[in-house]
Design a protein. Structure first.
Lengths: 115, 111
Protein backbone atom coordinates (compact mmCIF):
# COMPACT_ATOMS: atom_id res chain seq x y z
CA UNK A 1 0.00 0.00 0.00
CA UNK A 2 1.62 3.22 -1.18
CA UNK A 3 -0.30 5.39 1.25
CA UNK A 4 -1.12 8.97 0.31
CA UNK A 5 1.14 10.30 -2.42
CA UNK A 6 1.55 13.90 -3.51
CA UNK A 7 3.33 15.48 -6.44
CA UNK A 8 5.47 17.35 -6.93
CA UNK A 9 7.41 17.42 -3.67
CA UNK A 10 8.86 20.87 -4.28
CA UNK A 11 7.81 23.70 -6.55
CA UNK A 12 8.95 27.26 -7.18
CA UNK A 13 6.61 29.71 -8.89
CA UNK A 14 6.53 33.41 -9.61
CA UNK A 15 3.91 35.80 -8.28
CA UNK A 16 0.84 35.89 -10.48
CA UNK A 17 1.37 32.42 -11.88
CA UNK A 18 -0.93 29.46 -11.44
CA UNK A 19 -0.05 26.12 -9.87
CA UNK A 20 -1.57 22.65 -9.74
CA UNK A 21 -0.79 20.16 -7.00
CA UNK A 22 -1.80 16.51 -7.12
CA UNK A 23 -2.79 13.90 -4.57
CA UNK A 24 -3.50 10.19 -4.78
CA UNK A 25 -5.35 8.90 -1.73
CA UNK A 26 -4.59 5.77 0.23
CA UNK A 27 -6.01 2.65 -1.35
CA UNK A 28 -9.65 2.23 -0.41
CA UNK A 29 -10.14 5.86 0.61
CA UNK A 30 -12.65 8.05 -1.20
CA UNK A 31 -12.37 11.43 0.55
CA UNK A 32 -9.56 13.92 0.05
CA UNK A 33 -8.91 17.03 2.12
CA UNK A 34 -6.33 19.73 1.47
CA UNK A 35 -4.46 21.76 4.07
CA UNK A 36 -2.06 24.69 3.92
CA UNK A 37 0.73 24.83 6.48
CA UNK A 38 2.70 28.06 6.63
CA UNK A 39 6.10 27.95 8.23
CA UNK A 40 5.89 27.63 12.00
CA UNK A 41 2.11 27.22 12.05
CA UNK A 42 -0.41 24.43 12.22
CA UNK A 43 -2.12 23.21 9.06
CA UNK A 44 -5.25 25.09 7.98
CA UNK A 45 -8.15 23.37 6.23
CA UNK A 46 -8.68 24.50 2.64
CA UNK A 47 -11.43 22.17 1.37
CA UNK A 48 -12.60 18.59 1.17
CA UNK A 49 -13.72 16.54 -1.82
CA UNK A 50 -16.06 13.59 -1.76
CA UNK A 51 -17.86 11.99 -4.70
CA UNK A 52 -16.13 14.44 -7.01
CA UNK A 53 -17.66 17.47 -5.35
CA UNK A 54 -16.36 20.09 -2.94
CA UNK A 55 -18.21 19.32 0.30
CA UNK A 56 -16.59 21.54 2.89
CA UNK A 57 -14.50 24.66 2.55
CA UNK A 58 -12.32 26.59 4.94
CA UNK A 59 -11.62 30.29 4.95
CA UNK A 60 -9.69 30.51 1.69
CA UNK A 61 -10.34 32.77 -1.31
CA UNK A 62 -11.72 31.58 -4.62
CA UNK A 63 -8.19 31.60 -6.04
CA UNK A 64 -7.99 28.19 -4.40
CA UNK A 65 -9.96 25.58 -6.29
CA UNK A 66 -9.87 21.87 -6.68
CA UNK A 67 -11.10 18.81 -8.39
CA UNK A 68 -11.62 15.16 -7.62
CA UNK A 69 -11.48 12.50 -10.30
CA UNK A 70 -13.48 9.25 -10.55
CA UNK A 71 -10.48 7.32 -9.20
CA UNK A 72 -10.63 9.56 -6.08
CA UNK A 73 -7.38 11.36 -6.83
CA UNK A 74 -7.49 15.12 -6.45
CA UNK A 75 -5.92 18.33 -7.63
CA UNK A 76 -5.49 21.64 -5.87
CA UNK A 77 -5.23 24.70 -8.10
CA UNK A 78 -4.10 28.11 -6.97
CA UNK A 79 -4.42 31.08 -9.32
CA UNK A 80 -2.73 34.48 -9.20
CA UNK A 81 -0.12 33.32 -6.72
CA UNK A 82 0.89 35.62 -3.90
CA UNK A 83 4.04 35.54 -1.82
CA UNK A 84 1.84 34.57 1.12
CA UNK A 85 0.82 31.36 -0.64
CA UNK A 86 4.28 29.96 0.06
CA UNK A 87 3.66 26.99 2.32
CA UNK A 88 3.61 23.23 2.68
CA UNK A 89 0.42 21.87 1.13
CA UNK A 90 -0.80 18.66 2.68
CA UNK A 91 -3.32 16.22 1.34
CA UNK A 92 -5.21 13.91 3.67
CA UNK A 93 -7.31 10.95 2.65
CA UNK A 94 -10.01 9.15 4.56
CA UNK A 95 -12.93 6.81 4.01
CA UNK A 96 -16.40 8.28 3.93
CA UNK A 97 -17.31 11.91 4.31
CA UNK A 98 -19.04 11.65 7.66
CA UNK A 99 -17.62 8.55 9.22
CA UNK A 100 -17.26 8.63 12.97
CA UNK A 101 -14.37 6.25 13.29
CA UNK A 102 -12.34 6.69 10.15
CA UNK A 103 -8.82 7.98 10.44
CA UNK A 104 -7.17 10.42 8.08
CA UNK A 105 -3.74 9.79 6.62
CA UNK A 106 -1.55 12.60 5.37
CA UNK A 107 0.74 12.69 2.37
CA UNK A 108 4.31 13.95 2.50
CA UNK A 109 3.25 17.34 1.23
CA UNK A 110 4.23 19.71 -1.56
CA UNK A 111 6.51 22.59 -0.61
CA UNK A 112 5.45 25.61 -2.69
CA UNK A 113 7.68 28.66 -2.80
CA UNK A 114 6.40 31.80 -4.50
CA UNK A 115 9.07 34.32 -5.48
CA UNK B 1 -14.72 30.69 15.30
CA UNK B 2 -13.21 27.51 16.68
CA UNK B 3 -9.92 28.02 18.45
CA UNK B 4 -7.47 25.27 19.33
CA UNK B 5 -4.69 26.35 21.62
CA UNK B 6 -1.67 24.42 22.74
CA UNK B 7 0.78 25.17 25.47
CA UNK B 8 3.58 25.43 25.75
CA UNK B 9 4.54 26.50 22.23
CA UNK B 10 8.16 25.60 22.86
CA UNK B 11 9.44 22.98 25.27
CA UNK B 12 13.03 22.11 26.02
CA UNK B 13 13.49 19.23 28.40
CA UNK B 14 16.25 16.94 29.54
CA UNK B 15 16.29 13.27 28.79
CA UNK B 16 14.61 11.22 31.46
CA UNK B 17 12.23 13.97 32.57
CA UNK B 18 8.44 13.99 32.40
CA UNK B 19 6.24 16.72 30.97
CA UNK B 20 2.72 17.40 29.73
CA UNK B 21 1.51 19.29 26.66
CA UNK B 22 -1.96 20.80 26.89
CA UNK B 23 -4.54 21.28 24.15
CA UNK B 24 -7.63 23.42 24.76
CA UNK B 25 -10.41 23.89 22.25
CA UNK B 26 -13.33 26.28 22.20
CA UNK B 27 -16.30 24.23 21.00
CA UNK B 28 -17.88 20.87 21.63
CA UNK B 29 -16.13 17.93 20.05
CA UNK B 30 -15.78 14.25 20.82
CA UNK B 31 -12.92 13.69 18.42
CA UNK B 32 -9.38 14.76 19.15
CA UNK B 33 -6.22 13.73 17.34
CA UNK B 34 -2.54 14.05 18.12
CA UNK B 35 0.06 14.23 15.37
CA UNK B 36 3.81 14.38 15.28
CA UNK B 37 5.73 16.31 12.65
CA UNK B 38 9.48 16.14 12.08
CA UNK B 39 11.15 19.11 10.32
CA UNK B 40 10.22 19.25 6.65
CA UNK B 41 8.08 16.14 6.95
CA UNK B 42 4.40 15.33 6.92
CA UNK B 43 2.14 14.53 9.85
CA UNK B 44 2.36 11.20 11.60
CA UNK B 45 -0.74 10.08 13.48
CA UNK B 46 -0.08 9.32 17.15
CA UNK B 47 -3.46 9.02 18.82
CA UNK B 48 -7.15 9.16 17.97
CA UNK B 49 -9.37 9.97 20.96
CA UNK B 50 -13.06 9.46 20.27
CA UNK B 51 -14.85 9.81 23.58
CA UNK B 52 -14.82 11.56 26.91
CA UNK B 53 -12.33 9.97 29.26
CA UNK B 54 -10.43 8.23 26.48
CA UNK B 55 -6.84 7.43 27.35
CA UNK B 56 -4.32 5.93 24.98
CA UNK B 57 -0.67 5.06 25.47
CA UNK B 58 2.12 4.22 23.08
CA UNK B 59 5.61 3.87 24.42
CA UNK B 60 6.59 7.00 26.35
CA UNK B 61 3.53 8.97 25.20
CA UNK B 62 0.09 8.96 26.74
CA UNK B 63 -2.88 11.02 25.56
CA UNK B 64 -6.17 11.73 27.30
CA UNK B 65 -9.37 13.57 26.49
CA UNK B 66 -11.79 15.45 28.75
CA UNK B 67 -14.61 16.66 26.52
CA UNK B 68 -16.40 18.47 29.33
CA UNK B 69 -13.34 20.60 30.02
CA UNK B 70 -12.53 20.72 26.29
CA UNK B 71 -9.02 19.65 27.15
CA UNK B 72 -6.61 17.03 25.93
CA UNK B 73 -3.20 16.27 27.31
CA UNK B 74 -0.16 14.56 25.86
CA UNK B 75 2.08 13.28 28.62
CA UNK B 76 5.71 12.43 27.99
CA UNK B 77 7.39 9.99 30.34
CA UNK B 78 11.17 9.71 30.66
CA UNK B 79 11.85 11.69 27.50
CA UNK B 80 14.44 10.52 24.99
CA UNK B 81 16.09 12.48 22.17
CA UNK B 82 14.07 10.65 19.50
CA UNK B 83 10.93 12.36 20.76
CA UNK B 84 12.20 15.75 19.58
CA UNK B 85 9.61 17.00 17.06
CA UNK B 86 6.61 19.31 16.79
CA UNK B 87 3.38 17.92 18.21
CA UNK B 88 -0.04 19.06 17.04
CA UNK B 89 -3.47 18.41 18.40
CA UNK B 90 -6.41 18.61 16.02
CA UNK B 91 -10.15 18.79 16.62
CA UNK B 92 -12.73 17.45 14.19
CA UNK B 93 -16.14 18.99 14.81
CA UNK B 94 -17.99 18.13 11.64
CA UNK B 95 -17.25 14.39 11.73
CA UNK B 96 -15.65 14.54 8.34
CA UNK B 97 -11.97 14.71 9.11
CA UNK B 98 -12.03 18.47 8.64
CA UNK B 99 -9.44 19.23 11.25
CA UNK B 100 -8.77 22.39 13.17
CA UNK B 101 -5.16 22.22 14.27
CA UNK B 102 -3.53 23.72 17.29
CA UNK B 103 -0.54 25.99 17.07
CA UNK B 104 1.87 23.14 17.72
CA UNK B 105 4.37 22.45 20.47
CA UNK B 106 8.01 22.28 19.43
CA UNK B 107 9.71 19.76 21.69
CA UNK B 108 13.47 19.52 22.05
CA UNK B 109 14.88 16.77 24.26
CA UNK B 110 18.39 17.54 25.43
CA UNK B 111 20.78 14.65 26.15
Amino acid sequence: DAGVTQSPTHLIKTRGQQVTLRCSPKSGHDTVSWYQQALGQGPQFIFQYYEEEERQRGNFPDRFSGHQFPNYSSELNVNALLLGDSALYLCASSLGQFSMNTEAFFGQGTRLTVV
Amino acid sequence: ELKVEQNPLFLSMQEGKNYTIYCNYSTTSDRLYWYRQDPGKSLESLFVLLSNGAVKQEGRLMASLDTKARLSTLHITAAVHDLSATYFCAVDIITGNQFYFGTGTSLTVIP
